[in-house]
Write a protein that binds this ligand. Structure first.
Ligand SMILES: [Zn+2]
Length: 293
């Protein structure tokens, strides 16, 4: 694979210049190549250094085994789909707790539209976007859901969304500053922003180290902790109102990270039990934000 790559000399979040090596992770899905994850010593942000530029990263999504849009029949795909169904119910309940008024919901990185279809059935007016053309076609075929394309070129109306959701999507997007400006512009003054991302400070991330599947380089460009996610949101006019764990992700990520599926399941239970005591160690976290400006 030949790439145009992006090398950061300064931290993309705080512009600090003291960047150090954190670890090397391998792309097990598409290229087999190693990528460096670097850390900013000022704000703590972890990011994929020398990641492919937007016009070349598409080739790293070409593998049919890339699970988020995959509907295969393997055991991991089955676990993924069962977990996802349970989580739709929990996500809806979480949104309702903070936003009882059912208006317009925009889902950014909608995949094949299943969450949007679920929320449409719950009475929401749904819109959404998805970079992958294959996933957009799937959304239309399965759910008759018409998705928009690239989040960075869509023109949704200002202050039109009661809720914006983005489930495991923003870590794939190069231009975080542009993305968060869009979130802020699209959301109504009292709207709710819900962002879920893997947690680089999770118990499973520390256990599996460079083999942790949620590094998912080079597709994941940013690797957020509670601290760095909060800094990013605050710098764009949001305040954090709640954080919830996605504890079942520990099973999915362990199955992806561990060569032994039995050991992965044992670890999944172990990690989930640990998260019951401390949600900050969850494999993935859901962040809920409101606007401050
Ligand atoms: Zn920084």
């Amino acid at each position: 694979m030949t790439d145009d790559t992006i090398h950061h000399n300064r931290c993309p979040l705080c512009h600090g210049s003291h960047l150090t090596h954190y670890l090397n992770a391998t792309d097990h899905q598409a290229s087999g190549r190693q990528f460096e994850i670097a850390q900013c010593h000022c704000c703590g942000l972890l990011f994929t250094q020398d990641a492919p530029a937007p016009d070349t990263i598409g080739q790293y999504y070409a593998s049919e085994s890339y699970l988020p849009h995959n509907n295969g029949r393997g055991s991991i795909s089955l676990v993924y789909r069962v977990v996802r169904s349970v989580m739709f119910h929990k996500k809806n309940a979480l949104i309702y707790r903070h936003q009882q008024h059912k208006g317009t919901l925009i889902d950014v990185g909608a995949g094949s539209g299943d969450f949007m279809a679920y929320m449409r059935r719950k009475g929401w007016n749904v819109k959404g976007c998805e970079q992958s053309e294959q996933a957009r076609r799937e959304a239309w075929r399965r759910c008759k859901m018409r998705l928009d394309g690239d989040v960075m070129t869509i023109q949704y109306s200002s202050a039109s969304a009661d809720v914006i959701t983005s489930w495991h999507a923003i870590e794939h997007i190069h231009d975080q500053q542009g993305l968060w400006k869009r979130f802020h512009a699209w959301l109504k003054p009292d709207g709710l922003l819900v962002v879920a991302v893997p947690n680089c400070d999770s118990v499973d991330a520390h256990y599996y180290g460079s083999n942790w599947a949620a590094w998912d380089v080079p597709r994941h460009l940013w690797h957020f902790s509670i601290d760095t996610m909060t800094q990013l949101a605050v710098s764009h006019g949001f305040k954090l109102i709640d954080i919830k764990p996605l504890p079942l992700d520990a099973f999915y990520i362990s199955l992806m990270s561990d060569p032994s599926k039995v050991k992965a399941l044992v670890n999944g239970f172990r990690f989930t039990a640990q998260v019951l005591n401390d949600y900050k160690q969850a494999s993935s976290l859901i962040y809920l934000f409101k606007k401050t400006l």
